[in-house]
Design a protein around this ligand. Sequence first.
Ligand SMILES: *[C@@H]1O[C@H](CO)[C@@H](O)[C@H](O)[C@H]1NC(C)=O
Length: 388
Amino acid sequence: MVVLKAALLLIVPAVLSVLAYQYHLKAEQEPQDWKVTANRIRLSDGRHIAYEIVGSKESSNPIFWFHGLASSRYEASAPRLDVLNDLDAHTIGIDRPAVGQSDPHAGRSFQSFAADVAQVADKLGIKTFFVVGVSGGGPYALATAYYLPDRVRGVLLISPASDYNLLTPQQQEEWNHFHAATWLSKAVRAAVRFAPWTLKGLARVSETRIGGRALYNSVLKGLVSALRDSRAEVDKRCIASMKAEGVIPTGAPPPASDCAQEGKIPNALANVDRKCLAAERPEHVTQTIPESQRQKTAAVLFQDVALFHTPWAFNVSEIRPEIRRATHIWQGTGDKQCPVVGAEALASAVEGSQLYIEKDGGHFAYFGCSEANRRKALSNLIKSGRSI
Ligand SMILES: *[C@@H]1O[C@H](CO)[C@@H](O)[C@H](O)[C@H]1NC(C)=O
């Protein structure tokens, strides 16, 4: 069964990518069918990047916030306004291309992303800044530090996606064990090993209008609706009791359920994360995740998978030393999305960085639902930052 699925995963994208190249199906050529409501910046090539500022624009510590997979610029509110104000900081959340209200960018790379960030910073009048990367945003924070050495003052990674190629053989074993649960990750590993071009091929397909929509309908929608469905199903039984306990603010839309024991999202979020989202960050489920799907394309998912799962195009060990010493990596041991070994490998590769491991800390909860951690993480970042 696994072999069949893996074979499908190799053959289907191969055929589709040939078609995509053949017909030059580019998402950019299509008229958009959604309305712009966000602040956007027009880049020199005509694309737009959507952004969201949280805190005072006049603060002395601007922080670019790079969201995770299936997330969007709204994630920049995670530190909370009072913490930002106390630290004289503000966040600028930006949608990656094809996410939320940023235009798609076929063939994008870590380097092109960093170049986008530089242009956005220029337009906002920001000379130097901090970068934060959460989960799938982590590699982009490091890439920005690598490609913009004169502008980045410090880096904070929260439960970051990591580069498999940085792992020691023993760490790779742990990583494989961690991800063994899903056939999809097995297939991705098989593809990386035996036919890495399939990942690029899939990314190319996802960049097309038709391919992006088809993959969205078949893969991404399923992932996102797993969150939503489980909510609907579990909500019936749980919402009343959660309301009674004051977990859901009255009148607010129902958040992801914390009835984790119901097992409606196998291998998805840790209990501590469900609780966190339900109790303190319902907007992550009601606003941040849905916004990431606005363009109904799987482009970002497949572009990210291709960029993350092949050796990264830049060497994290060669990030400017002053920035490496101002790099902080936070990871919980209860995280069900990103394994601890990934954070550990990044910490050893980024010489001089600080690694903070919290026992049983979740993927979101570690930072997002602990005010003490939020304050500590951001004030450590700002304190250690280079003042340029
Ligand atoms: C990355 O840079 C370090 C330090 O310069 C070097 O030792 C290492 O071999 C490089 N890794 C790759 C894959 O080039």
